[in-house]
Design a protein around this ligand. Sequence first.
Ligand SMILES: [Fe+2]
Length: 395
Amino acid sequence: MTITLALLPLPDSAEPSNFLTLGREVKDVHPGNCTPEQLEDIKQALYQHEILLFRDVVLTPEQQLSLTKAFDPDSEIYGHGAKLETETSSILHSALHAIPRVPQVQLIGNGLIHNHEGLSNARLNHSTHKTFHKTVVSLEDEAKGFTRFYRWHIDAALYDLSPPKVTTLYAVRVPKGPNQTCRYDDGTGDELDVPLATTAFVSGQTMFQQLPPELKSVAVRTKVKYAPHPYVWMAPARAKPTGLGIESDDLESPFDQLPPWVEDKIKIHPMLWQNPVTRLLSFQVHPCCATELIISPLPINTARERALYPDGAHIDDLKEVRNLLYRMQRPAIAPNLVYPHKWDEKDLILFHNRGVLHTVVGTLRPDQVRVYHQCNLAASEDPTGPTSEDIIQWA
Ligand SMILES: [Fe+2]
């Protein structure tokens, strides 16, 4: 091994036994200027640990693109495609600004930015639950420092393009301020102390592993069908207070009112994605964009007692789809399973987008400037699902 790895600094809220493999800091190597051997070790470490942190890095957008591309040399365009800037009806439109000379690298954050990497002026808006959730934290509670997760997700267009393998996130400017308290507001009383404007991560492997056997069996047998142009489709809808999926109030745009789409480009992915190095399975579902669940029957000779959907099922009732996904995903965002990163300027995080879910958190005032460079690339291939051995083992 040509690189040095150290444990991530876990907050008091995190249960260390849940973070034995998740997340590492990489020391003594510049990720934008490393040897082929170091790069190979970084790739292996990323797939082993899902989240890698590099501190005190000076990184150009060109270096960031080249590092991101190294994980998938045949990938070329930004993960949400090249036309996001013109897709004004997408819920992502206002959050992303392409850097002109390297459009695969997006400027995200908060506040007014001048003369930054070729952008003369940009108004960045921190994605806050107040623009997305059905209910919001009151102004009074917000003043006391309460906030919410914004939207748990995978970085992926989920229409036409394949989900990026890796996302790189580089902190140029980090807002200063006291920690906030992220409330789940789902009747559990759960809450989490978070650094201001943190990015929070959870493990997809843990999301699968913590399921009871009957839901593991469902997970290993299920494929998830996504909406056409899912971010346009979902834009009028409003999310649950945990940011983990949408409330079913029939607010989504009807399919016939979306931009033109074809059935061939609709994405159907396995519910579980295989890690290319460890072969372990991660529960990788974007709950806001899913529309249908296609569940295969139990394999022959598998015990049917207590099995759910033993003969398979095709669930296309949106409320039922969301209820089942929430039941499967919610346990894995429990406070002690979340890694909320405390950002410093010049931190670079690489995460395995096919092995974690993440969300931005918190509320910022317009004068709290936050500047990040984010890059991910539509992958050259779709994720791999469970093997036949996995299905026999878990069904
Ligand atoms: Fe993201």
